[in-house]
Ligand binder design. Structure first.
Ligand SMILES: NC(=O)c1ccc[n+]([C@@H]2O[C@H](COP(=O)([O-])OP(=O)(O)OC[C@H]3O[C@@H](n4cnc5c(N)ncnc54)[C@H](O)[C@@H]3O)[C@@H](O)[C@H]2O)c1
Length: 317
């Protein structure tokens, strides 16, 4: 298959390109490098089945530039970390709306499959726990995070409309917190933030009392779920994430232990609209894709810490 991947230079997008190439597909990566980096694709430079196009997907683009054959479109472009989307709220809304429209049009024009990476943020600060796909969410539509949450909710609605109106074979993944190598160290997400602080021996910053919960999925598990989903006939959203839930305080303590760090823990006020609980119900993914995460947290964190050490955090200096 010839697959167009938007957001290819990002954290998950670059791993998705690796996986598609490994499976023998030809990949065209598209990215405007707003939050991603070409460093994530350096290892693919000499692979003839991979091509990179620097392109903002919110701008109308020439479908012909994507080549004559497009069998699948994987739309992953979007700022994704709170730090990034709070810094680029309008670009984030644009990529979920105009960007998604352009990518859907590309899929429609070629009769290609289409997969979008949506998010657990669609559930907002959830009143149902764990979050199941049939829950419609508790989102503040005008809070600071709304640029991301509503962008993705709109993108999901647009995707369903293209399926219903044009019969595009669409899939919607609702991704929960994912971590692993190629995350940016300073994007404000909890895994790189804690690992960086622990590796430097600095105090780990826990927001609020640390009783809010999260669950963390290693990137290879996530890519496996996305790859299976892109060939499925399920049109409604499917949660992908790791259901192993823990408090942020407990998570901070595990990182300190894993990295053999002398770091202490400091507390700062909770950001606005920070979700109190996050845990995916993955029964649907398990049923229709036969998927569940397999990488233990300690192993995934070790790979990620090794990556940050190699990249050269202060601790590795
Ligand atoms: N990482 C997570 O935990 C997580 C959780 C939920 C959902 N997701 C979703 O998964 C996808 C990938 O997230 P990520 O963590 O790899 O983020 P990332 O920021 O590392 O990657 C996103 C990529 O999209 C690119 N991009 C943004 N706007 C663009 C535009 N207009 N045109 C072209 N490229 C553009 C960025 O430059 C970047 O390379 C996103 O759609 C995100 O919403 C991620």
């Amino acid at each position: 298959m010839r697959v167009i991947v938007s957001g290819a230079a990002g954290f998950i997008g670059s791993h998705m390109c690796d996986r598609l190439l490994k499976e023998g597909h030809t990949v065209v990566g598209v990215d405007n490098l707003l939050t991603g980096s070409l460093d994530n694709l350096t290892h693919l430079r000499s692979i003839s089945a991979f091509q990179f196009i620097a392109q903002d997907v919110t701008q109308g683009f020439d479908a012909a530039a994507m080549g004559v054959a497009v069998d699948a479109v994987v739309h992953m472009a979007s700022a994704a970390s709170p730090k990034d989307y709070l810094a680029h709220p309008i670009e984030t809304l644009d990529v979920g709306s105009a960007g998604t429209r352009n990518m859907l049009e590309l899929a429609r024009a070629h009769g290609a499959r289409f997969l979008i990476t949506s998010t657990s943020e669609c559930y907002g600060d959830p009143l149902v726990h764990p979050q199941v796909e049939t829950y419609w969410g508790n989102v503040n539509p005008v809070g600071p995070r709304s640029c991301y949450d509503e962008s993705k909710r709109y993108a999901e609605a647009l995707t369903m409309a293209y399926h219903r109106t044009h019969g595009v074979r669409t899939n919607i993944a609702r991704i929960f917190n994912t971590y692993g190598p190629r995350m940016k160290l300073y994007d404000g997400r909890v895994v790189p933030a804690f690992l960086d602080q622990a590796l430097r021996g600095e105090p780990l910053t826990v927001f609020g009392d640390g009783s809010q919960t999260r669950s963390f999925c290693y990137v290879s598990d996530m890519v496996e779920g996305l790859y299976r989903l892109m060939f499925s006939n399920e049109r409604y959203p499917v949660n992908l994430g790791n259901p192993q839930e823990m408090t942020i305080l407990e998570f901070a303590e595990r990182i300190v232990k894993l990295t053999h760090s002398a770091s202490t823990i400091v507390r700062e006020p909770l950001p606005e609209d920070d979700p109190k609980q996050r845990k995916p119900d993955i029964a649907k993914a398990n049923r229709i894709l036969g998927w569940e995460p397999t990488v233990p947290l300690e192993d995934g964190l070790q790979h990620t810490a090794d990556y940050f050490r190699r990249k050269g955090t202060a601790a590795a200096d």
